[in-house]
Ligand binder design. Structure first.
Ligand code: NAP
Ligand code: GLV
Length: 341
């Protein structure tokens, strides 16, 4: 009998889907919206493996009601939707998809930086709105902020933060960063300077967030931090919505504590169309599309399936989030399939 897997959405890679069906007994959910908690619990009752998305909450209760579960493979690099501690305690391997999405997210971050500083979305709307573009060219029409010579402040100089910083060199920007640990090699390569968070907020013209969502980073940017920023500065968030206190950000944008914000991620997703953020002119909002390129999404699918199959084949998965689990349930005790090389 093949091991059983619950796959919460069809993934955009033929290779990945073929491999799943070749080795496993697949319970594939064909709906677009995330499964409810009850649905997850019901489907996981007899499953050995789960392949989920970042929208699918895998909390302690869900994990506890899946007695046979051995691996949770998420189709994302972020894993804040999974109770990793509970999974580890129960000997469940948790895997993610780092690296393959780094460049796509860095590109999107730059698309947002340029869109907000040069008012691209507002300008596009103006051209399409009768009466908005009244004169052909005017000295003070649609002015934005120049990037050359300005300072980019990166919060979280990990894979994506570094890729964003590398692109900043091409725009002639100075780079400062704040992270848990100092990165001396990167400081040399990028000419980046490590500064405490408060200093970064005071100095940067663009603040770009790239930390994971954890207990420590939840609402890391709230009223106090927003008030430290320059009134001419912009906040860009392509990490997780809950790193920023949304209510404080709305006030900052309305009252001019900062000049603008560009967001790919929100505390509530999907963002309701009548949310206060949607009423503001000085924001650019996109629907969590950081990794949304054909190339990246296919690579993520392959990686998520390779991770999952590795665990079931008794091999250390390439992207293990909780290595402590190896002591709790050694891989030889998980082995359920033979992979063809
Ligand atoms: P990463 O390589 O692990 O980088 C995260 C960085 O954040 C690390 O450098 C880490 O510092 C730093 N950090 C962690 N906790 C911190 C804290 N409390 N204070 C300051 N810095 C802290 O991860 P990544 O691959 O770049 O991904 C980053 C995040 O982006 C993911 O977790 C995910 O939430 C988000 N993401 C969003 C999208 C999207 O579609 N918008 C796509 C992919 C990822 P150290 O290196 O010093 O430990
Ligand atoms: C996307 O947000 C991810 O974490 O991969």
């Amino acid at each position: 009998m093949k091991p059983k897997v619950y796959v919460t959405r069809r993934l955009p890679s033929k290779r990945a889907m073929d491999l799943l069906f070749k080795y496993l007994d697949v319970d594939l959910r064909e709906e677009e919206v995330p499964p409810s908690k009850d649905e997850m619990i019901t489907h996981l009752e007899d499953k050995d493996a789960l392949l989920c998305l970042l929208t699918d909450k895998v909390d302690a209760e869900t994990i506890r009601s899946a007695p046979k579960l051995k691996v949770i493979s998420t189709y994302s690099v972020g894993y804040d939707h999974i109770d990793v501690e509970e999974a580890t305690a129960r000997g469940i391997y948790v895997t993610n998809t780092p690296g393959v999405l780094t460049e796509a997210v860095a590109d999107l971050t730059w698309a947002l930086i340029l869109a907000i500083t040069r008012r691209i979305v507002e300008a596009d709307r103006c051209v399409r709105t009768p009466g908005c573009w009244r004169v052909g060219w005017a000295p003070d029409f649609m002015l934005g902020t120049e990037l050359n010579g300005k300072t980019l402040g990166i919060i979280g100089l990990g894979r994506i933060g570094t890729a964003v910083a590398r692109r900043a060199k091409g725009f002639g920007m100075n780079i400062i960063y704040y992270s848990v640990t100092r990165k001396e090699n990167l400081e040399k390569e990028l000419g980046a300077k490590y500064v405490p968070l408060k200093e970064l907020l005071k100095e940067a013209d663009i603040v770009s967030i790239h930390v994971p969502l954890t207990k420590e980073t939840y609402h890391m940017i709230k009223e106090e931090e927003l008030r430290l920023m320059k009134p001419t500065a912009y906040l860009v968030n392509t990490a997780r919505g809950a790193v920023v206190d949304t209510n404080a950000l709305v006030r900052a944008l309305k009252e001019g504590w900062i000049r603008g914000a560009a967001l790919d991620v929100f505390e509530q997703e999907p963002l309701p169309a009548d949310h206060p953020l949607t009423k503001l002119k000085n924001v650019v909002l996109v629907p969590h599309i950081g990794s949304a390129t054909y190339e990246t999404r296919a690579k993520m699918a392959d990686m998520a399936v390779d991770n999952l199959l590795s665990v079931l084949a008794g091999k250390r998965p390439p992207n293990l989030v909780n290595p402590e689990v190896l002591k709790i349930r050694p891989l030889e005790k998980v082995k359920m399939i033979e992979l063809e090389e």
